[in-house]
Design a protein around this ligand. Sequence first.
Ligand code: FEO
Length: 169
Amino acid sequence: MISEKMQEALNAQINKELYSAYLYKAMSAVCSQENLDGFANWFNIQAQEEYAHAMGFYNHIIDRGGVINLLAIDAPCLKERTPLDLFKRTLEHEQYVTACIYELSDLAVAENDKPAKLLLDWYVREQLEEESTAEKIIDTLTRFGKDENALFFLDKDFSTRTFVQPTIA
Ligand code: FEO
């Protein structure tokens, strides 16, 4: 059985993951409007990954006989329009999510909740990958983003990204 405190914290994280999906969906729309269909695809896949992340917490609560409490999802406020700015925002957002995951991991340790800790270890690794991916793309865009040819090929490359259902924990 999951504790009330952990249940509430994981329900809050479901909301943050769903907000992340919403944010990346908004970024995908911006890219589509700018005719960057490959970038739009990349953010669309990212949104699907975030939904899968939310379901990882959802399934964990259910598996432990807990109660799901779905909260309202904030509207994403997105002023960024260029790929570089969108990925800078992505990194900033992922750093925030990483901090949230670390807090949850600390809570699992404090409560000696081994199943939650095991689950959260997966998310700690996932966040490492998400931040690293965003950093690499920012680096590439900083170096080549003003070159229309480079942007064209990067857009082509991003159009090949496909969704792979993650095996969580
Ligand atoms: Fe689910 Fe991108 O953090």
